[in-house]
Write a protein that binds this ligand. Sequence first.
Ligand code: AP5
Length: 221
Amino acid sequence: MRLVFLGPPGVGKGTQSAVIAKKHAVPHIATGDILRKAICDETEVGLEAKSYIDAGKLVPDEVIIQVMNDRLQVSDAAAGYILDGYPRTIVQGDALARFLLESEKKIDHVFYLGLDEAVLVKRISGRRLCPSCQTIYHILHNKPTKDGQCECGTSLIQRKDDHEDTVKNRLFVYEKETAPLIEYYKKQDILVQIDADGSLKLVSEKIEKILKEDPSLSSSD
Ligand code: AP5
């Protein structure tokens, strides 16, 4: 199973990708998580990415394409994966297509999650993240058992790029750079549009229904 989750910041890509990845036992590969870890570890990629992420801009294509080509060759990705946050530009979409062609693989579905901007902003402002295991919470909709603390025991944080001005810029960049991928994947006939309004469970059920109805997925390698 190879899936892509596409959609604006805060729509629930990370939340839904994690649920589906766990259920189907495939790795959840999230570019945001990879880049935040690189920043934390002060690697070369992290040092380059930091200023872009803090400003709500996209990290340059050549950097992210190299990171993802390396990550997709790790053995755990051989039997499939869920991509969360990649591709995010047409150039990245073309790079992924080349990568897949070389390994004779294909993307099964691109789930495009859509939601009103006002709801997106509420989801982002209430988000809390575990910096250790990357579990995503919400102060109203997906609370941890213990206030401010992840189930793994680490204190939750608010992402630096979740502050109002940066969020506005991320939404602007999404419309300009990432939204064209909707048409790109529609033309390839692999786009599935999901209304991301409603509870976490309801949205998961909509995605799961599509997966269950696809007979090719049970045998997809
Ligand atoms: P990234 O971390 O990928 O951020 P994003 O795409 O902006 O997406 P978010 O993580 O903000 O939102 P999400 O859709 O995953 O929502 P979530 O599930 O958390 O990227 C960060 C930065 O890295 C980028 O800005 C860029 O600089 C760089 N970057 C990353 N990839 C790149 C690439 N390919 N190229 C270049 N640069 C790249 O949910 C949000 C909140 O809502 C949570 O609190 C959650 O609990 C809650 N929630 C979720 N679903 C529901 C629901 N159904 N009901 C109620 N609450 C819900």
